[in-house]
Design a protein around this ligand. Sequence first.
Ligand code: CP
Length: 301
Amino acid sequence: MPKSLISIQDFSKDEILHILEVAKEFEADREQSFLAGKVVACLFFEPSTRTRLSFEAAVNRLGARVIGFPDNRNTSQTKGETLEDTIKIVSNYVDMIVMRHPQAGAADIAASVASVPVINAGDGANQHPTQTLLDLYAIQKTQGKLNGLTVNMVGDLKYGRAVHSLVEALRWFDPHFIFTSPEELNMPKKYLEILDREGVDYRQTDRIEDGLNICDVLYMTRVQQERFPDMDEYNKVKDVYRLSASMLGSVKPNMKIMHPLPRVNEIATDIDDTPYAYYFQQAGGGMYVRMAIISYLLGYR
Ligand code: CP
C-alpha cells in the first residue's frame, strides 16, 4: 500500500520537519515542473476554498495536472455508488488522490482501497493533517522555533478537526497548551488522554482573558455549525468568543493570532491590520506546504 497522509500521526517528527524545510525551499522558488506528466485528483465531497484551491495551485506549480470535483452532486455517488468504488475507479486514472469528506474516517477508508497515495484534506470532525503542517510552518516562521511555545486554542475544540491534528503534532515540541472553550465544546477526552500519557502541560478554561496575555500563539477557531446535530445547541454557543483589537492591549509582543479560516465573527476585522494578525499569511503558506507534501508522497523530495 502506498504511503498516505490520513492522520498527522502518519508522519514522524522528522518527516514533519522535512516537509517544513522543503516548503521553505518552494517558497523561495515556486516555479517547479518536476512532476510534469503526473495527474492528481482533488475530490471534494464538502465545501472548501483554501484547501482545494491551494492543493490545485500546488499541483499546477509542480508541473502536474489536476482532475476532480468541488462537490459530489454531479458524480455517480448520487446514483448510489459507494466511496470505496469511487476511489478504486479514480485510482486507475491518477497518481495521487486528495480528498475532503464530511464523514470522520472516510479518508482512512479511501486509503484502504486506493492503489495511489491519498491525502486527507479534512474528514468530518476528525483530522486535517495538511492544515496542521501549514500551521506549524506559520508558527515556525513567526516564532523562529516550534519548541516550548504557549499555544492557546480558542473556540470549538470539540468539532474542530484542525485543532485535533495540531495538538497531536505539537506534543512533540514541548508545548504549553491552554484550551479555551465553553464546556459543550471542550477538547475531546481522546486528545487530553494522549497529552496526559505523554506528560504534556495543558489547562482548560472557558474565559478567553485567562490565556490571552501569556500565549505566543492564539489559535482562534470557528464554531462549526455544520457538525452540530441540534441547531439550538449551536445557537447557544455560536457567539461565545469575539476577539477585537481593544482586547489586545497587554498581549506578548511576539504573539500571533492564527485561524484555519474561514472566520465568521470570532475575529473582528479591526484586528486584520494589527501586527498580531497572521491568519491570511498562514493560509498563504499552505500552497508551499502542500507542494512539499505532494512531492514527498510521490517520492520526489
Ligand atoms: N482551513 C480550511 O480547511 O479552509 P477551507 O475549508 O476553505 O478549505
